[in-house]
Unconditional design. Structure first.
Length: 125
């Protein structure tokens, strides 16, 4: 929880914390450090969160906090996130043209503290 909160607050994204947790659970040693460096470089190239070294240092702090429970309890994301290297399961592709058949109600959005916008204006209906 501490690791996720630190990354979530610093980088305004819990998705980044999840991605880092997946890296820690999937890789060890030099390969783990390489993957953390790749993510840090992606953040450096894409966002304005500081230089690469600072970002990588934050990721290593995340590794320290998350690693404590990882060492004690093992992987916890196996049941939540499917293994992307699993060759037995074929990923279903979604065609953008098929998305028109899906809809979301205002109640579904508001119930999750999301709101529906049209042309950058919140819909009041």
């Amino acid at each position: 929880m501490t690791a996720a909160c630190c990354i979530g607050n610093a980088y305004e994204s819990l998705n980044l914390a999840l991605a880092l947790a997946l890296v820690l659970e999937k890789y060890d040693g030099d390969e783990r450090q390489e993957k953390l460096s790749e993510v840090a470089q992606l953040i450096t190239d894409t966002y304005q969160f500081g230089p690469f070294d600072d970002i990588l240092n934050d990721f290593k702090t995340f590794e320290l906090y998350y690693g404590i429970h990882l060492d004690e309890n093992g992987n916890i994301l196996d049941d939540i996130v499917p293994d992307i290297d699993d060759e037995d399961e074929e990923e279903e592709e979604i065609d953008v043209d098929d998305l028109s058949e899906y809809s979301v109600t205002f109640e579904q959005l508001i119930g999750r503290n999301f709101y529906h916008y049209t042309d950058c204006e919140i819909d009041n209906s």
